[in-house]
Write a protein that binds this ligand. Structure first.
Ligand SMILES: Nc1ncnc2c1ncn2[C@@H]1O[C@H](COP(=O)(O)OP(=O)(O)OP(=O)(O)O)[C@@H](O)[C@H]1O
Ligand SMILES: [Mg+2]
Length: 372
C-alpha cells in the first residue's frame, strides 16, 4: 500500500480492522492511484529537470554567443579606431608632402628671384648713396650761386633766374629732396631685407656650423634683441624645463625664436602675456612660445607657413617669417605644432631632435592644428 495512504488510514481509522473486502479493493485502487500519481510526478519532475537543463544549456549558449558578439564588436571598434588613426596619419602625411613640395618649388623660385634682384638692388642702393652726395654738392654750389645773385648786374639774366627759380620751385625742392632720399633708402632697405630673406629661405646659409648648444641661452639673447618690440605689449613668462644641449645651427634657431616672438607680440593688440616653455620627451626637446593674442582664423591655419602669406598691413609684414622658420626647422629634422583659438591666443611648439641626423633635409612634419 502507498505510504501516504497507509498514514492516512492509520490517522483516521486507527488500528480498526478493515471493514470489508470491497473496501480493501477500494483501498488497493486508491493506493494504485497514489502510486500512479507518484510515478507521473516523477516523470514530470524528470522532464522538468531535463527542460531546466536544456534551458540552462541554451542560456549559457546564448551567453557565450553574446560574449562572442561583444568581442567581435570590440574588435570592430578597435579596427575602426585604427582606421581612423591611419586616415588621420595619411591626411597629415599628404599635407606634409604637399607642404614640402610647395616649399621645394617655392624655394627654387625664391632662389631665382633673389638671385636676379640681388644685383640691381645692390647697385640701386649704392647709387642712392652716391646720388645723395652729388645732390648735396649741387645744392652747395646752388647756395653759392644764390649768394652771388646780387652781384649780377644784367637785368635780363636776373629776371630769367628769378622766374626759373619760381617755376622750378627750388625752395620746395630743397625741402623735399632729403625726405625723398630717406624714403627711397628705406624702400630699398626693405627690398634688400626681403631678398636676403628669400636667399636665406632657399639655401639657408651653408657656412653655419652644427654645434651642441644651450637653447635657453639662445632664447634669452633673442629676447634681448626683440625686447623693444615686446616690452610695451607683453609680460614674458619663462617656464624653462631641464633640457639637454641640442645639436643645431644655433643662429638659425635664434632666427626662428625671433620670428615666433615678434609674431606673438604683433598678435597682442594692447596688453598680454607671452609664455616661453621648454621640455623634452625621449630624444627630442621642444620649445613653445604661447601668446594671449588675437589667434589665427581656422581658414588661415593651412597658409601661415606659405611664403608671403600675411594678414598684416602692407609694409608691416612680408609674410616670410614663418616660411623661413619652417625651412630652418625642417633642416633640423624637427617639426612645428600650432594650436590657436580665435580671440584667446596661439602657441607654436617647435620639436627638435637632440642629435642631428645627417643629410636629411626633408621636413618630418609641419602639422598645423586648430583647436576649436
Ligand atoms: N602668434 C600669432 N598669432 C596670430 N597670428 C599669427 C601668429 N603668428 C603668425 N600669425 C599669422 O601668420 C601670418 C604669417 O606669419 P609670418 O611670420 O610668416 O609673416 P608676418 O609676420 O606677417 O610677416 P614677417 O614675419 O615676414 O614680417 C601672420 O601674418 C599672421 O596672420
Ligand atoms: Mg612674422
Amino acid at each position: 500500500m502507498h505510504r501516504l495512504l497507509q498514514r492516512q488510514i492509520k490517522r483516521f481509522l486507527k488500528d480498526a480492522p478493515l471493514q470489508s473486502e470491497e473496501f480493501a479493493t477500494f483501498l488497493d485502487a486508491v493506493s494504485e492511484a497514489y502510486n500512479q500519481s507518484d510515478s507521473d510526478l516523477g516523470t514530470v519532475e524528470r522532464s522538468l529537470v531535463l527542460m531546466s537543463n536544456e534551458l540552462n544549456e541554451a542560456n549559457s549558449g546564448l551567453r557565450n554567443e553574446l560574449a562572442e558578439h561583444k568581442k567581435t564588436e570590440q574588435a570592430l571598434l578597435k579596427e575602426k579606431e585604427e582606421l581612423r588613426i591611419l586616415i588621420n596619419k595619411l591626411e597629415e602625411t599628404k599635407n606634409q608632402l604637399m607642404q614640402s613640395e610647395k616649399m621645394a618649388s617655392i624655394g627654387q623660385l625664391a632662389a631665382g628671384v633673389a638671385h636676379e634682384i640681388n644685383n640691381p638692388i645692390g647697385y640701386v642702393y649704392s647709387n642712392l648713396g652716391t646720388l645723395e652726395k652729388y645732390l648735396q654738392d649741387t645744392f652747395e654750389l646752388l647756395a653759392i650761386y644764390e649768394q652771388a645773385e646780387n652781384a649780377i648786374t644784367d637785368d635780363e639774366v636776373r629776371t630769367k633766374l628769378t622766374s626759373s627759380k619760381a617755376r622750378l620751385d627750388i625752395v620746395f625742392l630743397k625741402e623735399d629732396l632729403p625726405s625723398l632720399m630717406i624714403e627711397s633708402k628705406e624702400g630699398i632697405t626693405r627690398v634688400k631685407k626681403i631678398v636676403q630673406n628669400l636667399k636665406d629661405f632657399s639655401h639657408l646659409d651653408t657656412t653655419d656650423q652644427w654645434n651642441y648648444s644651450n637653447l635657453h641661452i639662445g632664447i634669452d639673447s633673442t629676447l634681448n634683441i626683440v625686447n623693444n618690440e615686446i616690452k610695451y605689449k607683453a609680460n614674458v613668462i619663462k617656464n624653462y624645463g631641464d633640457i639637454p644641449e641640442v645639436e643645431c645651427l644655433s643662429s638659425q634657431l635664434n632666427q626662428v625664436f625671433m620670428n615666433l616672438l615678434v609674431n606673438a607680440a604683433h598678435a597682442i593688440e594692447t596688453q598680454g602675456t607671452i609664455t616661453i616653455s621648454t621640455g623634452k620627451s625621449n630624444d627630442e626637446v621642444w620649445v613653445e612660445i604661447s601668446d594671449t593674442g588675437k589667434g589665427i582664423a581656422p581658414e588661415h591655419m593651412q597658409k601661415i607657413f606659405d611664403p608671403f602669406f600675411t594678414t598684416k598691413p602692407v609694409g608691416k609684414g612680408t609674410g616670410l617669417g614663418l616660411s623661413l622658420s619652417y625651412s630652418i626647422i625642417a633642416k633640423h629634422n624637427g617639426r612645428f605644432e600650432v594650436r590657436s583659438k580665435l580671440g584667446e591666443g596661439t602657441s607654436f611648439r617647435v620639436w627638435l631632435p637632440v642629435k642631428h641626423v645627417q643629410e636629411n633635409s626633408q621636413p618630418t612634419q609641419g602639422s598645423a592644428k586648430t583647436k576649436t
